[in-house]
Ligand binder design. Sequence first.
Ligand code: NI
Length: 195
Amino acid sequence: MAILKIARMGHPVLQAPAEAVADAGAPEITRLIADMIETMADAAGAGLAAPQVHVPKRVVIFHLPEGRAGNGGEGGEDGNGGEGGNGGPRPPTVLINPVVEPLDDEVEVDWEGCLSLPDMIGAVPRYVRIRYRALNPDGEAIERTAEGFHARVVQHECDHLDGILYPMRMPDLTLFGFAEEMRRHVPAGRTEEAL
Ligand code: NI
């Protein structure tokens, strides 16, 4: 495995649509996923998309911190089932060729960071409830509903696959800035995690 270099906003790889993965089980995809997991852990991020490590493929990973699943259907959210067990950290969820659809029109604004915009945060509107479909690393089709933080992470990561960075979703750029300043001056700006 290897820790990969993370592309920052301005690099063209972050601005282009990523290509679908033809074979989820191909060795280069397995290696990419392992490297992304190691890279995300090293960077202490909550999510990472392949274009962020200069690979324009439709692969994302994310980690829901304890207590942040925000998923009304947690009982049926079996993507990590059986792997994490009790006690240790849950392994990241891996989505290949993900497709996201909102379940209704409700939108919520909350803070986000991104490993490709280090030290910055912004308040971003996202759908509260979504359904997503994808392949897992075994090439099996998965389908889940998600809400809250879980839904936000998935929307953020999948946007990376379409060349969209979170400031491009922001209607109010006065709520975009350096995390250190925002924490000092904007009372709510402290829950961000780097996606
Ligand atoms: Ni991001």
